[in-house]
Design a protein around this ligand. Structure first.
Ligand SMILES: *Cc1c(COP(=O)(O)O)cnc(C)c1O
Length: 395
């Protein structure tokens, strides 16, 4: 059986998204900046996608800027707030310890430019309270950036409440909603979000295209200089097909939420229950305030990479954390942030579901993980020490 459970890394494109893209590869291939009809047809496609995306988010079309993905949108949002802050002498940013690297690395860059960043601790369940955000805001705070849902451990943060705090204190609020959009209801107006990042390939759209939402009155700085595309905020000929695919995928995902959320949540909880029966294992993240499709576990006495390779031999495709950190031997900053010791953080497994995941796949996965964990432990000298009482169990 082949079971793809790495949907937080990327998803299979939906039929609707593929169909929406096809016309812009051959028939309607014009450049939206061209004045002839072929160009204007492409321009219309771009603008109708913008309107559709805006409707899905509770935004205005003029507040939607297309980017090359979530990372670019995160960079642009943060650098925009920094530029606005700098003008007023405000050089302090509030964030959390477990943001995506697209956020953390951009903030590191700001620190080297003299900005100060407060990294709020996220506790053992991976969360921050609106009160903690309120307490961290200072006179010189120019931005609060807190992700809507964590990409590794799936916790969902109280974004509407944090948005209310920021609006009251008149501080710009950005959220990296890449894991949330298309997976849980999102409305930028109700949640008082000033800037939001999303990425199409996380909700069955194409890779390499995303959105920065920036509320009216906030003019994003351009990271790429050139032509006047995206109202002068993002130069370069638009990815018309990609944008059409993004809009179609977002509409489909948003409309499917009432059916897919409860279905996925039930499958997720079945997987969590199955994996919890493995001795010396623990769920990472909040069991309740959690993305419908996210399961993240630590297994004591296991090395995550070996686990992944063996699972792959049985057709189960998962991840040890985030795709962006795999390839480095450091344990994930997210697992360290929720207080997992290094040794435990190395034995992590993230399995992320999609609308196509079935109960049979879940049950097969539980069986495979259980037997692979047993096999790896049987080969491990560290595990033998634990069995013999020479080392303590941590989980
Ligand atoms: C995937 C992801 C990103 C990066 O999006 P890309 O479109 O791949 O650049 C940023 N933030 C989070 C939380 C993500 O999961």
């Amino acid at each position: 059986m082949q079971v793809y459970l790495d949907n937080a890394a990327t998803t299979k494109m939906s039929r609707a998204a593929i169909e929406a893209m096809l016309p812009y590869f051959d028939g309607t291939y014009g450049n939206p900046s061209s004045l002839h009809s072929a160009g204007q047809r492409a321009k219309e496609a771009l603008e109708s996608a913008r309107a559709s995306v805006a409707r899905c988010l509770g935004a205005q079309p003029s507040e939607i800027y297309f980017t090359s993905g979530g990372s670019e949108a995160d960079n642009q949002a943060i650098l925009t707030a920094a530029a606005l802050g700098e003008k007023k002498g405000k050089k302090h940013v509030v964030t959390t310890a477990f943001e995506h690297h697209a956020v953390l690395h951009t903030l590191k860059k700001l620190e080297s430019r003299g900005f100060e960043v407060t990294y709020l601790p996220v506790g053992s369940l991976g969360n921050v309270t609106p009160e903690a955000v309120a307490d961290a805001i200072r006179e010189d705070t120019c931005l609060v950036t807190v992700m809507t849902a964590n990409n590794e451990i799936g916790s969902i943060l109280p974004i509407a409440e944090i948005g209310a705090v920021c609006r009251e204190r008149k501080v710009l609020f950005h959220t990296d909603a890449v894991q949330a959009v298309g997976h849980i209801p999102m409305n930028v107006t109700e949640m008082r979000i000033d800037m939001l990042s999303l990425s199409a390939h996380k909700f069955h759209g194409p890779k390499g295209v995303g959105v920065l939402f920036a509320r009216k009155g906030i003019l994003p700085i351009s990271l790429i200089e050139g032509g006047a595309q995206e109202r002068g905020r993002r130069a370069g000929t638009e990815n018309v097909a990609g944008v059409a695919g993004l809009a179609a995928a977002l509409k489909e995902a948003t409309e499917g939420l009432p059916v897919n959320m409860p279905r996925l949540t039930a499958l997720r909880d079945r997987l969590i229950a199955g994996l919890s029966s493995i001795p010396h294992s623990a769920l990472n993240g909040d069991p309740v305030r959690r993305l419908p499709g996210n399961v993240s576990f630590c297994f004591e006495g296991i090395e995550g990479e070996s686990l992944l390779l063996l699972l792959d031999e049985y057709g189960v495709e998962g991840s040890s954390g985030s795709a962006c950190t795999s390839g480095s031997l450091d344990p994930s900053h997210v697992l360290l942030a929720i207080g997992r010791p290094h040794e435990i953080a190395h034995g992590s497994l993230r399995l992320t579901l999609s609308d196509e995941t079935t109960e049979q796949e879940i049950d097969y996965t539980v069986d495979v993980v259980r037997s692979v964990v047993e096999r790896l432990r049987a080969m491990s000298p560290v595990w033998r020490d634990k069995l013999e009482g020479k080392r303590p169990y941590l989980l």
